[in-house]
Design a protein around this ligand. Structure first.
Ligand code: SAH
Length: 239
């Protein structure tokens, strides 16, 4: 899978994809991450990529021309895979497990990171296939949201996680939060690992984990619990 990130801040991506699952997935050739610097497509010698908004509001906006050129260049790089263009924006649909699953079969994604007050609306109209938000708060730029999206998609790629089983036991996979987990030692600061996990009885352990997952989901996420009970984990009608 190819990810092409259009950004004004390429250096933010140094290091983040160099560890753990994402690093291994790159090494195995499961994913390739490219960076397109929007400033490379600016027309003037100051490499200006932002401008004042019409209507006199405060702040700056990403200018349409360099951004359009950057998106077109990113798209051309992966043209044979028919890439979709995703804009990271607080106005997008909330990112959740279902959205990650929907994007995972794509062969190439162009991910556009906004900055300042955002991007010119006409880019949205002409170039963007899907808009995604990572939550109801405003960050300074789309770079961290792009990292979140790439990490979440990569985790779900078959072969990305050594033992696929471990992704299936993560929160949201079956519509529930993950149950509590323990590692050695058996006793830590006066707290013992639940006896059942030491019993070696796999069927009982699984039942206990399922009960715990259900209890935690019911208590902490009544919205997820409601959908789980209706076996309707594919909808995303967040409050
Ligand atoms: N004026 C915009 C916010 C701009 S923040 C508004 O009120 O909606 C600058 C950029 O950061 C955005 O263009 C977007 O790319 C990114 N961004 C900020 N918060 C985000 C979020 N919650 N999810 C995804 N992207 C976000």
């Amino acid at each position: 899978m190819f990810f092409e990130i259009c950004t004004l801040f390429p250096s933010m991506f140094e290091g983040v994809f160099d560890d753990s699952i994402v690093k291994r997935s790159r090494e195995k050739g499961l994913i390739t991450i490219g960076i397109t610097d929007i400033r490379d497509f600016a027309a003037d010698r100051h490499r200006t990529a932002d401008d004042y908004p019409y209507g006199g509001s405060a702040g700056m906006l990403l200018k349409p021309e360099p951004l359009a050129k950057a998106i077109r260049a990113g798209t051309a790089k992966h043209a044979q895979y028919n890439p979709k263009t995703i804009l990271m924006t607080p106005q997008g649909e909330p990112l959740c497990h279902r959205v990650v699953e929907e994007l995972q079969p794509e062969e190439a994604l162009i991910i556009v990171c906004g900055r300042y007050k955002g991007i010119d609306e006409r880019i949205r109209q002409h170039y963007i296939d899907r808009e995604i938000s990572i939550g109801d708060y405003v960050l300074s730029g789309g770079e961290i949201p792009a990292m979140v999206l790439i990490d979440a998609i990569t985790r779900l790629l078959p072969e990305a996680i050594g033992c696929r089983d471990s992704a299936e036991k993560d929160s949201f996979y079956d519509g529930l939060l993950s149950p509590p987990q323990y590692t050695r030692p058996e006793e830590f600061e006066g707290l013992r690992v639940p006896e059942i996990l030491l019993s070696g009885h796999h069927a009982n352990i699984e039942r206990w984990q399922k009960d715990q997952a259900q209890a935690i989901t019911r208590k902490r996420r009544p919205d997820l619990w409601e959908r789980y009970q209706h076996k309707d984990i594919n909808t995303n009608d967040l409050p």
